[in-house]
Design a protein around this ligand. Structure first.
Ligand code: FMN
Length: 321
């Protein structure tokens, strides 16, 4: 896995499921992270080849709950991100999925209370021994690359010190979100503090924060760049030809959601985020998304009934039924 000078789709809960990752890759993302999945959940999953859809599913045992869906096409660029507070549990979770993904990443930046209270995400940032334990355990026992994603610490010096410790564990790359734990998304990302980490390490640093246009990649081309909201609002941010209209991106997302039978909650959440950015949920489209109960409703809302029917009929025949 090569992390040098790459364009990266950031991990995003409820957004970064298979259709969105494929969409970002189609527009030019080289590496695509899945949404964070908590190790407790992953250890309850079993791998199932889904011939009906043409993908590989990780399904909670005894249920039909698909926790992670991937496909062969993205095998060499999809990163599976784990939320964890325990090395052995992280390893057990990673072993279930590692042969189907390009790398395993550990989330060490999430400031949400559910992560922190479970000792996960940003709670790890002030436990360097535990970070070391988790990363070395994964490194020693997995054959795929291992990475992690952190936020900035109180001072640039502290961040660099932690980054150096992380580098010593043998990780293949380090993603740095240029905000501190207490910062909010509207606070500007501190690119100079990311640059301090870039110059202190020899492994690739994946720089993240406030990239909204393709032109931004050129300005900061020294580093591999990771984009979250810029991609959520318009996944064609990765395209060297410039952005296409968001309505077109949204339509393509709807079609991919249908094709890959995406979780309806993920499709609704992603569409709502797109609509809220450019328009408003109070208008008929937003209300229609909120009311939708399944992908058939979404297909109808966006005039994709024939595509929905075509996809489902094809699945029926390829299933031999
Ligand atoms: N960061 C993670 O490490 N794991 C996640 O699962 C995750 N989920 C996110 C969901 C959403 C909807 C957004 C907007 C951000 C999420 N983040 C997550 C943080 C982003 O990966 C990224 O670090 C942050 O948004 C800063 O990048 P940006 O300025 O390009 O948005």
């Amino acid at each position: 896995m090569d992390y040098q000078n790459k364009l990266v789709l950031a991990p995003m809960v409820r957004v970064g499921t298979l259709p969105f990752r494929l969409l970002a890759a189609e527009y030019g993302a080289d590496i695509t992270y899945g949404e964070e999945i908590i190790d407790h959940k992953m250890v309850k999953c079993e791998r199932k080849v889904n011939e009906y859809i043409g993908c590989t599913d990780f399904v909670e045992k005894g249920t039909e709950n698909v926790v992670f869906r991937t496909c062969y096409e993205e095998r060499n660029r999809v990163i599976f991100q784990i939320g964890t507070s325990d090395a052995v549990r992280a390893l057990t979770a990673a072993q279930i999925v590692c042969k189907d993904v390009a790398a395993i990443d550990v989330n060490m930046g999430c400031p949400k209370s559910f992560s922190i209270s479970g000792g996960m995400g940003a709670a790890l940032l002030n436990k360097p021994e535990l970070i070391h334990d988790i990363l070395t355990t994964l490194k020693r026992n997995l054959s795929c690359p291992v990475t992690c994603k952190i936020r900035l610490l109180k001072s640039s010096q502290d961040t660099v010190e932690l980054a150096r410790r992380i580098e010593k564990t043998g990780v293949s790359a380090l993603a740095v979100h240029g905000r501190k734990v207490a910062d909010r998304p509207r606070d500007p990302a501190k690119w100079s503090e990311i640059a301090d980490v870039v110059s202190a390490l020899s492994i690739p640093v994946i720089a993240n924060g406030d990239v909204f246009d393709y032109g931004d990649f050129a300005r900061i081309k020294a580093a591999t760049v990771m984009v979250a909201r810029g991609a959520l609002w318009n996944a064609s941010v990765f395209s060297p030809e410039g952005k296409v209209h968001w309505e077109e991106v949204k339509r393509e997302y709807v079609r991919k959601s249908i094709l890959w039978d995406n979780d309806i909650k993920s499709t609704k959440h992603t569409l709502k985020e797109m609509i809220m950015h450019y328009s408003c949920l109070e208008l008929p489209e937003g209300k229609g998304v909120i009311k939708s109960e399944n992908l058939a409703d979404i297909a109808k809302l966006y005039g994709e009934e024939r595509y929905y029917q075509f996809v489902n009929e094809n699945r029926f025949s390829s299933n031999g039924s």
